[in-house]
Ligand binder design. Structure first.
Ligand code: NAD
Ligand code: MG
Length: 394
């Protein structure tokens, strides 16, 4: 029996994780669930999975959730705050941690799981983008097992040879990172500025949380994924090519020196990478239907248009620059996306904010978690200033 903590259980990845868990009560048991604002959903999840602990943001939410759990006669203990998230990610009873909190707030608990040597199922790509060096050092020194949940990285992981590792390339030449291109792949360029949050979140192939949906519309998501792939697979940015593939059937590819390209295909459903990582190195049923390859019929590919997707260009530059640049990019993007979702910034303002922050904030070489977090804070303050200057709205 594998005991699991799900950080961000109430989100899209969290719910898909629990769907896989429910299919395998003989293999997986939930130790702790975390949620932020959706307390009713978290209470329902506690009712179904009977975790030992539930984690929420603050004392007030904890009191509310405790009341709901008491009325269901549940013994789940309710705790709150960042430290509780870290403690439950690192608890000795836990075998596996699904890191599915969105954004920079996911860094500390995800790092805590790595430092405790857990099997870390990484959905929270922002952790690696912000603090890839520190994170990978923690994985190595605690001998944690890091398995990617991001569908592209999970696909790459599946296509890499078993001989791939530090100092051993196993014949890999490069990686082809596929991208759907999101909902705005072919809208006229001059209409982008007027796109609304609901339009940006209407992804053609994937059902996801709102932040990553906006990142997919700007293609910042692919830029973050490029940085994520560099850390996970010890690649240089030049060894990764971003390829637009609108059908999202191929989830990414690995090219070998002999000219072979291996791809992982499937329906766009996150339960495939989740089940793959949870059961690895075995395979279990995920609930995902067979891919109908006949109906799929066509697989299209194109190069990304960097004029349409300036966020991808900015992320590629940050990847090449290294140091604190990816952390600054990530923080500025989080602030800009929140402003866009809140109606304070037009869609095209997201790239303008990120670009301005990267110009204004000095790029350093952070060597501790505190240094990374101070870069993150500096970029957030700068992004807020830029938004006020661009829009006149505080
Ligand atoms: P979501 O918005 O649906 O869920 C986010 C989760 O984080 C929720 O459980 C929420 O309660 C929690 N959360 C939000 N703010 C928090 C805070 N301040 N403190 C503690 N918890 C907080 O997001 P999602 O789509 O499930 O994405 C989660 C992560 O997985 C992101 O990093 C995203 O990039 C990554 N990811 C998602 C998908 C996908 O298909 N959804 C695919 C690849 C990677
Ligand atoms: Mg992805």
């Amino acid at each position: 029996m594998q005991y699991l903590t799900v950080l961000g259980a109430t989100g899209s990845i969290g719910e898909n994780t629990l769907d896989v868990v429910a299919r395998h009560p003989d293999r997986f048991r939930v130790f702790a669930l975390s949620g932020h604002s959706q307390l009713d959903k978290l209470a329902r999840q506690c009712g179904q999975f009977k975790p030992n602990y539930a984690v929420v943001a603050d004392r007030e939410s904890a009191a509310l959730l405790s009341g709901k759990l008491r009325s269901l006669s549940l013994a789940t203990e309710v705790v709150f705050g960042q430290q509780a998230l870290c403690d439950l990610a690192a608890a000795p009873e836990v075998d596996m941690v699904m890191a599915a909190i969105v954004g920079a707030v996911g860094l500390r608990p995800t790092l805590a799981a790595a430092q405790a040597g857990k099997k870390v199922l990484l959905a929270n790509k922002e952790s690696l983008v912000m603090a890839g060096g520190l994170f990978m050092d923690a994985v190595r020194s605690a001998q944690a097992t890091l398995l990617p949940i991001d569908s592209e990285h999970n696909a790459i992981f599946q296509c890499l040879p078993t001989t791939y590792g530090p100092g051993q390339r196993g014949g890999v030449r490069r990686v082809l990172l596929t991208a759907s291109g999101g909902p705005f792949l072919s809208v006229p360029l001059d209409s982008l500025a007027a796109m609304t949050p609901d339009q940006a979140c209407a992804h053609p192939n994937w059902q996801m949380g709102r932040k990553i949906s906006v990142d997919s519309a700007t293609m910042m998501n692919k830029g973050l994924e490029l940085i994520e792939a560099c850390w996970l697979f010890d690649l240089r940015p030049e060894e990764i090519e971003v390829v637009i593939h609108p059908q999202s059937v191929i989830h990414s590819m690995v090219e070998y020196v002999d000219g072979s390209i291996l791809a992982q295909l499937g329906n766009p459903d996150m339960r495939t990478p989740i089940a793959h990582a949870m059961a690895w190195p075995e395979r279990v049923v995920s609930g995902v239907a067979s891919l109908d390859i006949i109906r799929t019929a066509r697989l299209d590919f194109a190069a990304p248009d960097l004029q349409r997707f300036p966020c991808l260009q900015l992320a590629m530059e940050a990847a090449r620059r290294g140091g604190s640049a990816p952390a600054l990019l990530n923080a500025a993007n989080e602030v800009a996306v929140a402003a866009f979702l809140g109606g304070r910034l037009p869609f095209t303002g997201i790239a303008e904010v990120v670009s301005a922050v990267l110009d204004r904030v000095e790029i350093t070489e952070p060597d501790s978690l505190e240094a990374v977090q101070s870069c993150d804070q500096m970029a957030r303050r700068s992004a807020e200033e830029v938004i006020v200057q661009l829009t006149g709205k505080g």
